[in-house]
Ligand binder design. Structure first.
Ligand SMILES: Nc1ncnc2c1ncn2[C@@H]1O[C@H](COP(=O)(O)OP(=O)(O)OP(=O)(O)O)[C@@H](O)[C@H]1O
Length: 595
């Protein structure tokens, strides 16, 4: 037994489960209530059919044992056939309606989750494994669909059958029924034990599955690195680690669940023995007014009760795992984004104004502060550059300007307006961004460029592609998709797509983060002159390692470990002969040596 199992005793049906079920019902099922009532009606009919069948069987047996009339026997047979034809029709209609209702509910659940996920902060995606998110949207919602649809409908059908047939049997022979149900406490104890264990292990299994999916995603995406570094065996053993963890967990869940069936089989054996023995005694003893037909019917009734009871028990055994899955899905839904529009947020602002960071505090995690009181002013209409050693916070400044993260103190304004008082969409659409991590979708290059402005005309897309020097590649490749995450493109081609997107967006503020680092010098020079035209008269903030590429910037900011250590023009910074001058001469020497 694992530590978790020993220390935790998770209630079978907690307050949280109740709340989750209420949420599921009110959001996704309530509007289908009329149809669910129809289903319930049909299920009741199915239960009544069984009861009527038993009654008919008893009559049929009496005809055989007592009156011996063939006509009566034929009549009984016809009624039994009609009864089962009705049950057959219901067995077709019930799944039809429940499958439709549950798939529709899951469609809406997935739509809501996708919609919700898109609103979450970037930080959520940085702390959550992609496998976990895929799992929520694919397997867990699918499992919930089956659970709320067919599984529950079948369980209700089984419960109704058990109740109606048991009711009939109690009415026919209460003493014999009471004898038969002595095993009930044992079955309840087994169910309780199984459910509790399943709930604990299912939680671990869901987490392990999420990690496993994430590992697969990382291995597939990183296959180039895996191969170059000859790490196939390491990756194989990492994935095999996940595979065997999953096997062990699934074994534990399913073996525990499998305890339910034999315990019910054993119980039913007891019941049959009791009914045959007790019932037989009743027929033999003159003090009971019981005949053979009623005992045979009773036994048949018990057989008819046990099968649905077994299925019902299995359904109840699977409830805890479904509660765990429901809880996971709900948790994604409960994640709240923090970067949202404030009450009264405005869409209009002076996009050409100065961008000012005042006493900005920020850290990605509490234990690693990055900015503690950063002040910077990017003049409107000018080209500003941020330079500094790796990890000094250059990209983070751009992330704060676009509100991918919010500052933890101080404020950022554009044209005097604090950016957190602007509508997030309006703020972000004021920027054309060429970021370091370029996201390319498995579509044509053309569609990838158009992604940032779906309403752009063909002419505009071509112009952007020409300026970014990617038009020739488009002509060569045509509409061919570029592979998952742009795997079929070179780094420079991806970068040119990102630049083309910036040309196409043509927003008033331009953020370039190492925008041309993957290009050869001739291409860089051509694109740079196009970029110069794009940025003319606009506010432009450039992050660059290659200092020669930003020498003509109006203002250069030098960051070091989250602190602004120098600012000025290229010439003044060189004259100051501090960090910038050192970095510049080091790069120049390296470059001269290379030549
Ligand atoms: N999403 C993140 N979560 C946690 N820490 C982060 C995250 N992004 C960056 N950091 C950390 O914040 C610091 C600043 O990172 P940033 O990317 O802003 O540096 P940079 O100056 O742009 O570096 P480079 O020149 O290498 O791109 C680094 O120490 C980095 O490890």
């Amino acid at each position: 037994m694992s530590k978790t199992e020993k220390s935790e005793r998770i209630p079978l049906y907690s307050e949280r489960d109740r709340d989750n079920l209420r949420w599921l019902w009110s959001r996704y099922l309530r509007k289908k209530a009329p149809w669910l009532l129809v289903v319930l009606g049909m299920i009741l009919v199915q239960g009544v059919v069984y009861q009527q069948f038993l009654s008919m069987t008893e009559s049929g047996l009496r005809v055989i044992f007592e009156s011996g009339s063939v006509a009566d026997l034929v009549q009984v047979c016809i009624v039994v056939f009609v009864l089962f034809a009705v049950r057959g029709l219901m067995s077709y209609l019930v799944p039809r309606i429940t499958i439709w209702a549950s798939n529709d509910a899951i469609f809406h659940m997935r739509r809501d989750l996708i919609d919700h996920m898109m609103r979450l902060d970037l930080a959520y995606f940085e702390r959550t494994k992609s496998g976990e998110i895929i799992q929520r949207l694919v397997t867990q919602t699918q499992a919930l669909g089956v659970f709320v649809g067919q599984a529950t409908a079948n369980a209700v059908r089984d419960a109704v059958t058990v109740i109606i047939v048991s009711g009939y049997l109690i009415w026919k022979n209460p003493i014999l029924f009471a004898t038969a149900v002595v095993v009930l406490p044992f079955i309840i104890w087994v169910m309780n034990y199984v459910s509790n264990r399943v709930k604990i292990v299912q939680g671990e299994a869901e987490t392990a599955l999420g990690e496993y999916m994430n590992d697969i995603d990382e291995a597939v995406f990183g296959m180039r690195t895996v191969k170059i570094a000859s790490q196939e065996e390491v990756e194989t053993s990492r994935l095999m680690g996940g595979t065997s963890a999953l096997r062990d967990l699934m074994n534990r869940v399913q073996i525990t669940q499998a305890l339910t069936m034999p315990s019910i089989d054993l119980s039913s054996a007891f019941v049959y023995v009791l009914v045959i023995g007790g019932g037989g005694y009743m027929v033999i003893s003159p003090e009971f007014d019981v005949d053979g037909a009623s005992i045979i019917t009773f036994l048949l009734g018990m057989v008819m009760v046990f099968d649905p009871a077994r299925l019902l028990a299995m359904f109840i055994g699977s409830l805890p795992s479904h509660f765990v899955i429901l809880d996971r899905v709900r948790r994604l839904h409960d994640e709240t984004p923090s970067i949202t529009d404030k009450e009264g947020a405005v869409a209009e602002f002076d996009t050409g104004g100065d961008i000012v960071l005042e006493d900005v505090h920020f850290s990605y995690s509490e234990d690693q502060p990055l900015f503690h009181g950063l002040d910077m002013t990017f003049k409107g209409g000018e080209v500003s550059a941020i330079v500094g050693s790796t990890g000094s916070g250059k990209t983070t400044v751009l992330s704060l300007l676009t509100r991918l993260y919010d500052t933890k103190g101080g404020r950022i304004t554009i044209g005097g307006q604090p950016i957190d008082e602007l509508q997030v969409k309006a703020l972000r659409s004021a920027y054309s961004v060429v970021a370091q991590d370029i996201v390319i979708f498995n579509n044509s290059i053309w569609e990838n460029i158009r992604y940032v402005r779906p309403d752009a005309t063909d002419e505009e897309v071509w112009q952007a592609a020409e300026k970014a020097e990617i038009a020739d590649v488009i002509r060569r490749r045509g509409g061919a998709a570029v592979g998952p995450k742009g795997a079929q493109l070179s780094g420079g081609q991806k970068q040119r797509i990102a630049i083309a997107r910036a040309f196409l967006t043509d927003a008033p503020i331009i953020l370039l983060d190492e925008a041309t680092s993957a290009l050869d010098q001739a291409t860089e020079a051509r694109i740079k002159s196009a970029l110069d035209r794009l940025t003319k008269g606009k506010t432009c903030i450039v992050v660059a390692h290659r200092l020669s590429s930003i020498a003509d910037a109006d203002r250069i900011f030098v960051l070091e470990a989250g602190q602004l250590v120098e600012e000025g023009t290229h010439e003044t910074l060189l004259k100051q002969n501090r960090l910038y001058a050192q970095l510049y001469s080091a790069q120049k020497q390296g470059y001269d040596k290379d030549r």
